[in-house]
Design a protein. Structure first.
Ligand SMILES: Cc1cc2nc3c(=O)[nH]c(=O)nc-3n(C[C@H](O)[C@H](O)[C@H](O)COP(=O)(O)O)c2cc1C
Length: 384
């Protein structure tokens, strides 16, 4: 395998094998209808399957209706939502990609505006449009920031219901055909808000010390793992650091990852921030290429769990180096995939792996290789 770039080596995870290490990171589209996916999602995600990615994540999907970030976020709290997901999953599978889904609950950050309407809590301008607010929930009655609604503190009965709803959504995800489940434990949403001492001030067994704050995450993971067949991998997205020093730290993440590995998580997806502001806001790491890679590296090295690196990874050489150095096992890209949905296929060419369009869909590869043999493309410097 020495001639194959690391980025294009398959990865075996339980019963699945990915065609490469390129993962399309979950990306909210705020375009679902009462939690149902439509043609937009099929085309949005389908283009990444045609574009050669190994794993494609459907965006944060709510396990309860009240767990949506916005009115436009999808769900799997009802059986009627399965067919929309099924179309996405089946299309990905038919085109060589592994369909994956991120399940979550927005917690304190539910009842928000779609980003293009402001990205804050719903306000009068949204009510005028028919987007009415609902009361967010959280570990404690602490709002995300000034001006945000005070969440209702979840009771232990609510927590039991939540865990059951993660299980029910997992079953629906499997029915739809997804082959990887990820628990959204990052970006200030519900699971993360239980982990962080900045948002969790509970005095019962779901708060207090690290073990107490980790309890919700571990209970969800245990319940979901028990629901999954052995051959289906489970990922967990973490905000590896909150940013503020009195918040969740990288050391805490290492402890969490070690525990999650013991109870059946296969990959830690290492993001950061978001505890007090919009999705990934309020970190203190400088935004620079690969700024979250050190988190994936440390978690991998200290716990032995597989990791996924994400965040400002845009260049194939950069991705290849991360894998070669053993900093992560998978490379997730989000915004760069919006720039170039065929990023994986272009990366293969860039790394000298696929010079004859062999990994392109047959519908286009055949033509492109023929064109390559027979024509010279327009050169603005020499042609008229
Ligand atoms: C449009 C958009 C929507 C996003 N939605 C989600 C989401 O549903 N769940 C999540 O964990 N992260 C979400 N993210 C964060 C990305 O998955 C990713 O972690 C982040 O954009 C950094 O990667 P990048 O630099 O390659 O864009 C979103 C990002 C974008 C750009």
């Amino acid at each position: 395998m020495t001639d194959i770039p690391n980025l294009f080596r398959p990865l075996e995870l339980r019963g699945i094998e990915t065609r490469n290490r390129v993962v399309i990171s979950p990306m909210c589209q705020y375009s679902a209808h009462e939690g149902h996916l439509d043609d937009w999602h099929l085309v949005h995600l389908g283009r990444f399957a045609i574009g050669g990615a190994g794993i494609i994540f459907t965006e944060a999907t709510a396990v309860q209706k009240s767990g949506r970030i916005t009115h436009g976020c999808p769900g799997l709290w009802a059986d009627s939502q399965i067919p929309g997901h099924s179309r996405v999953a089946q299309f990905a599978l038919r085109n060589g990609a592994i369909p994956a889904i991120q399940l979550g609950h927005a917690g304190r950050k539910s009842s928000m505006q779609r980003p293009w309407f402001g990205n804050g809590p719903l306000d009068q301008s949204d009510f005028n449009r028919g987007d009415m607010p609902w009361r967010p929930v959280g570990p404690s009655g602490i709002p995300v920031a000034d001006g945000w609604p005070v969440p209702r503190e979840l009771s232990v009965a609510d927590i039991c219901q939540l865990v059951d709803d993660f299980v029910a959504a997992t079953k629906r995800a499997l029915q739809a055909g997804y082959k990887i489940i990820e628990i959204h434990g990052a970006h200030g949403y519900l699971v993360h808000s239980f982990l962080s001492p900045l948002s969790n001030r509970r005095t019962d067994s779901y708060g207090g010390d690290l073990r107490g704050r980790m309890r919700l995450a571990t209970e969800i993971v245990e319940a979901v793992r028990a629901t999954l067949p052995d051959d289906i991998p489970l990922f967990f997205r973490t905000s590896a650091v909150d940013g503020p020093l009195d918040g969740w730290t990288l050391e805490d993440t290492v402890v969490l990852a070690a525990r999650l590995r013991e109870i059946g998580v296969d990959v830690m997806d290492c993001s950061s921030s978001g505890i007090s502001g919009a999705a990934t806001a309020s970190g203190n790491s400088k935004r620079q290429p690969g700024f979250q890679v050190p988190y994936a590296e440390r978690v991998r090295k200290e716990t032995g769990i597989k990791t996924m690196a994400v965040g400002l990874i845009t260049h194939p050489v950069q991705a290849e180096k991360i894998l070669k150095r053993g900093q992560a096992d998978l490379i997730a890209i989000a915004r760069e995939a919006l720039v170039d949905p065929m990023w994986a296929l272009h990366a293969a060419r860039e790394l000298g792996y696929d010079t004859d369009f062999a990994s392109w869909p047959k519908q286009s590869g055949w033509w492109l290789v023929a064109r390559q043999k027979t024509s010279e493309l327009y050169d603005p410097d020499s042609a008229g």
